[in-house]
Design a protein. Structure first.
Length: 291
């Protein structure tokens, strides 16, 4: 039977690639948590998923030009994400389609286009790398990028949190007292979303980059209501998911990225059942009132 050291510590103590994966996943979780919380509070949860697919064509063009180049794929992903975010908003304003419909159309087209572009030059292994990431193969450049994105995210949130929170609960009041502050805040926030999805793309791939963003936020919402507490609980769930997911993937020989996201999903499901706002808590509360 494995001891506690062999179970939890040995994978990271014995293998450098596990330590790199841990650092990258934890940094990503700490930055993605507040982003996911605000997406959830602004009723934009599916926007994150749409944007994660939208960065694929840009990353694929970077891959087509330079192979698995960190710089080329990052710049391509950023450009594609920004273009799709702006284009979806413009289409929504210029037509009868809502922004959610526009995003869905763009991200489905982007996903198909990105897969096609990668397939023109790469193998199935390269396609899997782009779609599902390679958290166990993070090099110094990728770790530096993820750390920079995490730092920039936290600094940006420190600067825009007050107007962002106000815009989430009462955008009319913010427009009345702040002029164009709401539009600028939303623009900065969408830029932060794209940045985190690009960072997540390198570790978890385009299909699951949003996993460490939304699942911890959804799980935290079932336990607490206060915004600061939501950030803290979501970040904790993200970090725990990263650690446990990597340990499970190591001992059971499972792919690391999906293991991390599955762990976050398991925590969300447990929270759905037994959280303060969970299904069982609601049923027990009703029984108490009936009694």
């Amino acid at each position: 039977m494995l001891g506690l050291h062999d179970l939890l510590i040995a994978p990271f103590a014995d293998f450098e690639f596990m330590r790199r994966a841990l650092v990258g996943a934890v940094a990503l979780a700490l930055a993605a948590a507040p982003v996911g919380v605000m997406l959830m509070l602004r009723r934009m949860s599916l926007t994150g998923d749409a944007m994660s697919h939208a960065i694929l064509p840009g990353a694929a063009v970077g891959y087509l030009l330079s192979g698995l180049s960190l710089t080329a794929m990052t710049v391509g992903g950023l450009l594609a994400g920004v273009i799709v975010a702006v284009a979806a908003g413009a289409v929504a304003r210029a037509s009868r389609l809502g922004e959610d419909v526009s995003l869905a159309a763009f991200y489905l087209t982007s996903l198909a286009l990105g897969v096609t572009i990668v397939s023109l030059k790469g193998s199935n292994v390269d396609l899997l790398h782009v779609l599902f990431g390679s958290v166990l193969a993070l090099d110094d450049g990728a770790l530096t990028l993820i750390a920079a994105i995490s730092t920039a995210t936290l600094l940006a949130f420190a600067a825009i949190l007050r107007p962002l929170a106000l815009d989430s609960v009462d955008p009319g009041f913010l427009r009345a007292v702040g002029g164009g502050a709401g539009a600028l805040t939303h623009l900065v926030f969408m830029g932060v979303v794209v940045l985190n999805l690009v960072g997540g793309f390198h570790a978890l791939g385009t299909l699951m980059a949003v996993g460490l963003m939304m699942l911890p936020a959804a799980g935290a919402r079932l336990w607490v209501d206060d915004l600061t507490a939501l950030f803290a609980v979501a970040a904790t769930i993200g970090v725990v998911s990263a650690i446990v997911g990597l340990v499970v993937s190591y001992h059971l020989s499972l792919p690391a990225g999906p293991s991390i996201v599955l762990t976050a999903g398991a925590i969300w499901f447990a929270s759905l059942l037994v959280g303060r706002r969970g299904l069982l808590a609601g049923r027990l509360g009703r029984r108490h009132l009936e009694a």
